[in-house]
Design a protein around this ligand. Structure first.
Ligand code: EPU
Length: 419
């Protein structure tokens, strides 16, 4: 067991480079199952969710070769098994992408119900509905999802009842090798969906409209290999933007796509941070005292739910009263009880948090409740005077590459120690 020890109150200063996008790569790795040949993936982040996804692929029979710390070659032609192991699949949410990919290639998949962060009820009805409209028969029994089809899946129209990243991705994976055309209406528009479509198209798929709410997939019989570089992580970039702003720091955040950060940039400017955009970097600098703001999280291009805890941490030190409404998940404020330990004044009522900014926040011993909640605590530790510790790092390590190294290089006093 390890914990982070932070001596807070230091302004972050300097440059940081953002790694590849977690939520893109956890879809791209299972997508390699669709390829009849080798594919090379570049800009792979070194995070626990990637390790687990690769481990699942290996157990299924794929050959994986590292060609440098952030580049791998996958040969999935050797995959024979269509049943990911329960112990690995239950560690993360994205393991359900193996359903769409295995069903598409083998017309048969048995995948354990996924794990991932606990935000209350996380249904998969839209995944099942989409796979069934493509011709699969799906059953859930003993915590396993079993999907089977008579030969290739058959494309058709699919209307998603809610905007869901996971069901949009699973439908794309299933439809890529289906017969005929699939049209997904009310699709999610997140950058990682566009990245998955770009990856598949570069390997021979025919997917149009990713990034809009109508995605059209003309099924192809097979995909061939190629090389693809994963986009930078929108949420890692946003996290460094918030950490820089919260410490009144001056940080150049490199390897980003500024367009993906528009909603975060707009809110940080409203709160008082200085933000300057370049082609592939973004500069955060002190501008005026940080003050309150109202935020509602929404599917892209709205303000991302995955940035909600980080910005709540920042607002707990900003002047005035902020209202943050969670618009995606039923229960994403569990981390608030930890922030209260640093002196934050936050009241949660259902999916709304009221944050009364405080001047005298202080360090405390905190425990990460989930991935983004945990990194919100890191932001809190960095911006408050005194010593904070954060344990339960298993959550944070799922999604942030070299977090304490990157923060130390910006002047933070942060160390990982054994408990
Ligand atoms: N939903 C349904 N039925 C479904 C699927 C989803 O009702 O079949 C609902 C959910 O209950 C939720 C909403 O739709 O209210 C959105 O869920 P979505 O499917 O979009 O979430 P997800 O695919 O499970 C991904 C990210 C999450 C991120 C959400 C929203 C991955 C691996 N995970 O989850 O990221 O919060 O989209 O943007 O891509 C994180 O990285 O920390 C993280 C939790």
């Amino acid at each position: 067991m390890e914990k982070l020890v932070i001596q807070g109150g230091k302004q972050l200063k300097g440059e940081v480079t953002i790694s590849g996008a977690k939520n893109a790569v956890v879809a791209i790795i299972p997508a390699a199952i669709l390829i009849n040949g080798k594919c090379r993936i570049e800009n792979l982040p070194c995070i626990e969710d990637v390790n687990v996804t690769l481990e699942i692929l290996k157990v299924l029979g794929a050959k994986i070769t590292y060609l440098g710390h952030d580049t791998i070659e996958i040969d999935a032609s050797t995959v024979t098994c269509s049943e990911p192991p329960q112990d690995l699949a239950s560690k993360m949410r994205a393991s359900y992408y193996f359903i769409g990919a295995l069903l598409s290639r083998f017309h048969n998949a048995t995948v354990p119900l996924p794990g991932g962060c606990d935000f209350g009820f996380r249904p998969i009805d839209q995944h099942i509905k989409a796979l069934e409209s493509l011709g699969a028969a799906c059953t859930i029994k003993n915590s396993m999802i079993h999907a089977v089809s008579q030969g290739r899946l058959k494309g058709g129209p699919i209307y998603l009842d809610v905007v869901t990243v996971g069901a949009t991705i699973n439908t794309i994976l299933a439809a890529t090798l289906a017969e005929g055309v699939t049209v997904i209406e009310n699709a999610a528009k997140e950058p990682h969906i566009v990245d998955l479509a770009n990856f598949l198209n570069s390997m021979g798929a025919n997917i149009k409209g990713a990034g809009t709410d109508t995605i059209k997939i003309a099924g192809v019989p097979a995909l061939s290999g190629g090389t693809y570089s994963v986009i930078p992580d929108q949420i890692e970039a946003g996290t460094f933007m918030v950490a820089a702003a919260a410490t009144y720091g001056d940080v150049l955040i490199k390897n980003v796509i500024p367009k993906h950060l528009d909603s975060i940039t707009a809110k940080l400017e409203e709160i008082g941070a200085g933000v300057e955009e370049f082609d592939d970097s973004i500069h955060i600098f002190p501008n005026k005292p940080l003050s309150c703001a109202n935020i509602k999280t929404l599917p892209y291009p709205g303000f991302p739910t995955d940035m909600q805890p980080q910005v709540v941490a920042l607002l707990s030190a900003a002047e005035g009263t902020s209202i943050v409404t969670e618009g995606v998940w039923d229960n994403r404020f569990q981390y608030v009880d930890e922030l209260v330990k640093i002196g934050a004044d936050i009241t949660v009522d259902g999916n709304v948090a009221i944050i009364r900014g405080q001047k005298n926040l202080h360090g405390a011993n905190l425990s990460a409740t989930d991935l983004r909640g945990g990194v919100g605590m890191v932001v809190a530790g960095l911006m408050t005077k005194g010593t904070s510790t954060i344990d339960n790092l298993i959550h944070i390590d799922r999604g942030y590459e070299f977090l304490e190294k990157k923060l130390s290089a910006l002047g933070a006093d942060i160390k990982r120690v054994n408990l």
